[in-house]
Write a protein that binds this ligand. Structure first.
Ligand SMILES: [Zn+2]
Length: 119
C-alpha cells in the first residue's frame, strides 16, 4: 500500500458515516483513474492530484449532510472553491464513465446513492 493511500485510509477509520467513507473511496478512485491517464502516474498520485484528493477528503469530512449526503452532482450546496471545483468536475467527467470498468461495486453504489437522493 502506497503512502498516499494510507492517508485516506486513516481518514476513513475516523468516525465518519458509511456514506461519507464510500464517497471518499469513490472520489479517490476517480482521481486515480484520471491521474493515471493524464499524468502518467502509476500507484502514487502526482502532486496536483494528491492535493485535490486531500481537498476532496476534507470537504467530505466537513459535509453538512453526512449520512444524508446527496451525490455531489445533486448537492444544493457547492462547497468546493472554484479552482478545485473545476478540477474535480473534469476528473468526474473523465473517470465517471470509466468507474464501471475499474470499480464496478463503487459505480453501482453511486447509482444507488443518486437514486436515493432523488426521492
Ligand atoms: Zn495527476
Amino acid at each position: 500500500m502506497s503512502q498516499q493511500r494510507s492517508e485516506i485510509t486513516k481518514a476513513a477509520t475516523r468516525r465518519l458515516p458509511a456514506r461519507i467513507k464510500r464517497e471518499m473511496k469513490t472520489v479517490e478512485a476517480m482521481i486515480q483513474i484520471y491521474c493515471h491517464y493524464h499524468h502518467k502516474s502509476n500507484d502514487a498520485l502526482c502532486q496536483q492530484c494528491q492535493e485535490l484528493k486531500q481537498y476532496a477528503g476534507l470537504r467530505l469530512e466537513k459535509c453538512t449532510f453526512q449520512e444524508e449526503k446527496p451525490t455531489c452532482g445533486q448537492c444544493p450546496i457547492h462547497c468546493y472553491k472554484p479552482a478545485m471545483r473545476e478540477k474535480i468536475k473534469e476528473v468526474m467527467r473523465f473517470s465517471g464513465p470509466r468507474m464501471i470498468m475499474y470499480h464496478p461495486l463503487l459505480a453501482i453504489m453511486h447509482l444507488i446513492d443518486k437514486k436515493r437522493s432523488n426521492i
